[in-house]
Design a protein around this ligand. Structure first.
Ligand SMILES: NC(=O)c1ccc[n+]([C@@H]2O[C@H](COP(=O)([O-])OP(=O)(O)OC[C@H]3O[C@@H](n4cnc5c(N)ncnc54)[C@H](OP(=O)(O)O)[C@@H]3O)[C@@H](O)[C@H]2O)c1
Length: 335
């Protein structure tokens, strides 16, 4: 079988195709023929060694998000059978409830090998059924970005009709957040650096759009769009808290998710405390959330926005495409 391996830290140039024997599933394990994978922003950081001290620094099969079909199962497996279409859960052993350090350390494509391989063995608890309404690349788009958006908007945010949710940029997490917020009946203010992408956001149902490059005070613009009340929830993937704290209403929710503008941000604490703002970190989510999200996706025929699907031989190009920031939605790789 072919696997993509990050031979050493650096960038997409350090990715190589290697031939390896197909692994055998042991007790409680499942062999999956991977059919598709998708990239997330974090995967570009991992190539450079920018994702914490516990990430593998050599010989890493990258990517957390993938889907395929079960080839065979090891002794004692009862959740899936040969032929089932399955999607891998981002945290392989976080099933439900609060996480702990060990559960958060059991993600794919960082400290442990990921999914960019023709075949991979998973523990049976690390897989969920792929909705019949999704193709494999579509299913592979969801585990990290989709579940993060679901956790932020639905599980933590409890978005309801009439709420105003603000999403930033047109990457994976933000477009899913837009889709889930609309599903819940919320109004959405969406930002982008590109007027062309703003038009596409409108096409997806965004009620208001702001070009954050042309309007660096976009927080004030968002506040004005709510007639001074403020937005109920900012799905914070950028780390631009100065503007976010201008946009949010007193008592509103900021889900702390991403670092697109940098890993450090200055927060004026009185703006949080005296206005009763809720800052809540989101770490993707447990398998239970992935299953709940997939039920909603199937019931409402929600499709991910897929920007482009590369083949395995062009995996490095897929990384470069994502890093260039020209994408709208998800970048996938077919296996
Ligand atoms: N905590 C978690 O569980 C979790 C899970 C998933 C992702 N994340 C984090 O969330 C962030 C987004 O991840 P992703 O995979 O969705 O990224 P992505 O698909 O690579 O999205 C990149 C897009 O974000 C927009 N962007 C870039 N810089 C921005 C800025 N300063 N302000 C506003 N928008 C900006 C751009 O959109 P335009 O071209 O439209 O401007 C860019 O195309 C990353 O920092 C990632 O590490 C965290």
């Amino acid at each position: 079988m072919r696997s993509i391996v990050l031979q050493t830290l650096g960038g997409p140039d350090q990715l190589a195709v290697v031939e390896r024997p197909v692994p055998e599933p042991g007790a409680g394990q499942v062999l999956v023929r991977m059919r598709a994978a998708s990239l997330n922003y974090r995967d570009t950081l991992i190539l450079r060694g920018g994702y914490g001290s516990r990430q593998k620094t050599a010989d890493l099969v990258p990517l957390s998000d993938g889907a395929g079909e079960v080839v065979r199962v090891g002794p004692g497996v009862s959740r899936v059978k040969a032929g089932d279409r399955v999607t891998a859960s981002f945290f392989q052993s976080w099933i439900a409830g609060d996480p702990n350090e060990a559960l958060l350390d059991d993600d794919l494509g960082r400290a442990h090998d990921g999914v960019l391989s023709d075949y991979r063995v998973f523990p049976e608890c690390g897989l969920v059924a792929t909705p019949a309404s999704l193709t494999d690349p579509e299913a592979a788009a969801f585990p990290c970005a989709g579940l993060t958006a679901w956790s932020a908007v639905v599980t933590v945010g409890r978005a309801k009709p009439g709420d105003i949710v603000l999403v930033q940029g047109t990457g994976g997490v933000s477009l899913f957040a837009l889709q889930f917020a609309k599903l819940c009946g919320a109004r959405v203010i969406a930002t982008s650096s590109s007027s062309e992408k703003l038009a596409r956001l409108r096409g997806m149902g965004a009620d208001h759009v702001i070009n954050y490059r042309e309007q660096p005070d976009w927080g004030k613009v968002a506040l004005d769009l709510t007639n001074g009340r403020g937005v109920d929830h900012v799905v914070e993937v950028a780390g631009t808290y100065r503007q976010t704290l201008r946009a949010i209403r007193p008592g509103g929710l900021v889900t702390v998710i991403g670092v697109l503008a940098g890993a450090r941000a200055e927060i004026l604490l009185p703006l949080v405390g005296s206005r009763a703002i809720r800052l809540q970190g989101v770490a993707v989510g447990p398998r239970e959330g992935l299953e709940a999200m997939f039920r909603a996706v199937e019931a409402h025929r929600i499709k991910p926005v897929i920007d482009r699907v590369f083949d395995l031989d062009h995996a490095a190009e897929a990384y470069r495409h994502l890093a260039a920031g020209r994408h709208f939605g998800k970048v996938c790789i077919a296996l």
